[in-house]
Design a protein around this ligand. Sequence first.
Ligand code: PMP
Length: 457
Amino acid sequence: MNSPATPQSWEQRADEYSLYGFTDLPSVAQRGTVVVTHGEGPYIVDVHGKRYLDANSGLWNMVAGFDHRGLIEAAKAQYERFPGYHSFFGRMSDQTVMLSEKLVEVSPFSRGKVFYTNSGSEANDTMVKMLWFLHRAEGNPNRRKILTRWNAYHGVTAVSASMTGKPYNEVFGLPLPGFIHLGCPHYWRFGEAGETEEQFVARLARELEEVILREGADTIAGFFAEPVMGAGGVIPPAKGYFQAIQPILKKHGIPFISDEVICGFGRTGSTWGCETYGFVPDAIISSKNLTAGFFPMGAVILGPELSDRLDAAIAPIEEFPHGFTASGHPVGCAIARKAIDVVMNEGLAQNVIDKAPRMEAGLRAIMDRHENIGELRGIGYMWALEAVRDKATKTPFDSSLSVSERIANASTDEGLICRPLGQAIVLCPPFILTDAQMDEMLEKLDRALTKVFAEVA
Ligand code: PMP
């Protein structure tokens, strides 16, 4: 049924019939939705033919760009062969079998097992259910609390949103009880006056142990962390952070889960973020890059100990009562196998390693030109520039100025997509970026910053 005033433009039609997630509505009201028809390499193209260099890789995931032939062909071939199936009742596709083998092979684990979901949120929910399940089966039914950190992003389903450490979840009455948020390892922002980075890390480690002792280790199911916090604003851990906390978790028998939804498959310059930061977790959560964004898919990859414990927990009841209709979807699995190959063997991961210093240098030069950039932080192909009113005191802009949204909007006008997160501007480009495209990204961002900082001066 049409609304009384039938909307005419794409922008009006989007507005009339679609709900937006995570969208700054005043910006949309003022500027209209960008309705995208297709992509070309790292660019997206809107209904008016305007091209934008997407320095967000979609949502961190389109690492091979928007028209990678090999991935499209892999999808087409699998759609021709076997277009859909599940992983229930003792059946699964051959593609699923082969992807699991591949994922364990490329994981940091000597052996392990994989469970598939449709998204990163569901993979985190699945992991939590696995932990609850196996602790109960092992006679520890009180081990249910989940430890994460402030500013962490683990998803939007009721459990994964409870894990996410963001105040916006209050509007849903979340987190659920039993989800505990620890300090964020962002030294620049949360280090106290006179505190060294080492002391800051020691403080976070002490806090972790205090929380464990206060709550009782026998009430805690697991600890989840992104190696680099992504949607929290690209926050690499303070130096030595994971080395300081992992022994405490081990001492108290608390499984450590690395949420690699963003960091996995090359984003930080190694296959896994945990590799970059020198730790081996008990399990990995993967999604996004897993299929280079060409299919919605997530995976829980269990290391040897959790695999064995889960198998032992399942044995007496002869079934793990969990799974999604599209768990291990054959097309998703075929695409993921191809995506892993493309990223790891066709030079994409190598691009990140080779060109990250160039990107960092370009961003550092931008920071040096703008006194309202307080911090440049990141690694590999994930970076953030933090806007500040006063660099010396790290004072942020008044939030009513919406500085980062304005920078993102000014960038969009320039034909560059970048993302406002808090008062930071985030850049996480596709791995296929050429040098010329990287320069284009940096130049457009520089112009957008100049414009907005002049407006808010
Ligand atoms: N974990 C992390 C680290 C993420 O960045 C995200 C998504 N941004 C998720 C989980 C949730 O993934 P999804 O949006 O696919 O549910």
